[in-house]
Design a protein around this ligand. Structure first.
Ligand code: CTP
Ligand code: MG
Length: 394
């Protein structure tokens, strides 16, 4: 069936105004990057049939990492200006020729499903529609010396956002005409459409649908992101494996040389298993044995990183983020301390977190109990997970 609505998510900019660091759309706001949130909003919307990211050629690796876990089409490369990036995206959609195209800045991560609903409805009814906000401050025009020249009637003023909705064929034709006319610097598609003589209408935007532009915008974005993931959950996990013959133990995805191994159905990574149960516990989503039954031969000798990747994906599927992981490993030997940071880095990598959000601790049990007698290793873990209020109240 032909695609009726497609979305272009523009992420080929360099973010020159937003200060040092990787391009703004790839920076983590609160677990997720802006581009991840923007892409997810369209991927999750039932009315959008196709989502096309447009990225910079230098950002392939960043994109790969940022879009992990998303069922997203391969990105196309953008151009030197936003307008050129849109044209590259529109051209790539030509084989599908959707009825309607929604064009969105990846740097606006907080758009909601309702905003996309309105964009589709307004785009369908007028052929060209953009989200807009009334101006609440009084607006002045000033001269070069900073003197007020006049006060502008704000009743007719609007600031506009994305996603902007257009009939696909009409917008592509307008972009091609602009290119032929040698015009390359329209800052949004509404401006280009106006130039091309199209009538562009407005629909209600969202005040939280901010664009990351200047360094200051990041603190506001962090606040919005924090509120969105305000449903804080804590889960705990516990696991034990006995020693058997072997020459290393797996702890937190890292092989640690030792004169024995841990026995178990999978690779017996006691630390990862405790962490998986902690994450699943925070989601109230069963336990590791329920999702990966030991009776299933598929998991024989399996590397346990896939269990934690699975748990992290369950969090992402709920629109949530892992805020923190903490694991305590209990054994007399091997010594965990020298490997602590390697294990932290590995767990962070598996769970898609910054290393500062992963803690690894170790203790002996003072020669008491099974760990004290050197019969095996125990691990205790906690996970702090933040979910959006909307889905977690369902
Ligand atoms: N964009 C793009 N291709 C370009 C320029 C911009 O796809 N050649 C995208 C950006 O990635 C962003 C959106 O268009 O999602 C809005 O642009 P803007 O906020 O200006 O982002 P940047 O161009 O990255 O930032 P700056 O202008 O500060 O360099
Ligand atoms: Mg720009």
């Amino acid at each position: 069936m032909a695609i009726s609505v497609a979305a272009l998510v523009l992420a080929a900019g360099r973010g020159r105004r937003s200060g040092p660091g990787i391009p703004k759309q790839y920076r983590r706001l609160d677990g997720n990057s802006a581009i991840y949130s923007s892409l997810s909003a369209f991927l999750d919307h039932p009315g959008v049939g196709y989502v096309q990211p447009v990225i910079h050629v230098d950002d392939r690796d960043l994109f790969e990492k940022a879009s992990q876990g998303l069922a997203i089409a391969p990105p196309v490369s953008g151009g030197d200006t936003r307008q050129a990036s849109v044209l590259a995206g529109l051209t790539s959609l030509e084989p599908q020729t959707p009825d309607l195209v929604l064009i969105h800045d990846a740097a606006r991560p907080f758009l909601t499903c309702e905003l996309i609903d309105r964009a589709i409805a307004a785009g369908r009814s007028s052929g060209a529609a953009v989200p807009a906000l009334r101006v609440s401050d009084t607006v002045k025009e000033v001269d070069a010396a900073g003197r007020i020249m006049r006060t502008i009637d704000r009743a007719t003023l609007r600031t506009v956002q994305t996603p902007q909705a257009f009939g696909f064929k009409a917008l592509l034709a307008a972009h091609r005409r602009a290119q032929e006319a040698g015009l390359s610097d329209f800052s949004d598609d509404a401006a280009l459409a106006e130039w091309a003589g199209m009538t562009v209408t407005v629909f209600e935007g969202e005040s939280t649908n901010m664009k990351l532009t200047m360094p200051d915008d990041f603190s506001r974005a962090h606040e919005i992101a924090l509120l969105r993931h305000g449903d804080m959950r804590t889960g705990m996990g516990f696991d034990v494996h006995a020693f058997g013959p072997g020459d290393h133990v797996m702890l937190g995805g890292v092989p640690i040389p030792f004169d024995r191994a841990l026995a178990g159905h999978s690779d017996a990574d006691v630390a990862l298993h405790a962490l998986v149960d902690a994450v699943l516990g925070a989601l109230a989503d069963g336990d590791i044995g329920q999702h990966f039954p030991p009776s299933d031969p598929k998991w024989k000798g399996a590397a346990s990183d896939q269990f934690l990747i699975f748990a992290a994906e369950r969090v992402a599927a709920r629109g949530g983020i892992i805020a923190h992981l903490d694991v305590t490993i209990v054994c007399e030997a091997p010594k965990v301390g020298p490997h602590r940071d390697v294990i932290r880095a590995r767990i962070a990598d598996i769970a898609g977190l910054d290393m500062s959000r992963v803690s690894v601790k170790a203790t002996t049990s003072e020669r008491l109990g099974f760990t004290g007698r050197g019969e095996g290793i125990a691990a205790y873990a906690t996970a702090t997970v933040r979910l959006p209020w909307s889905t977690s109240h369902a």
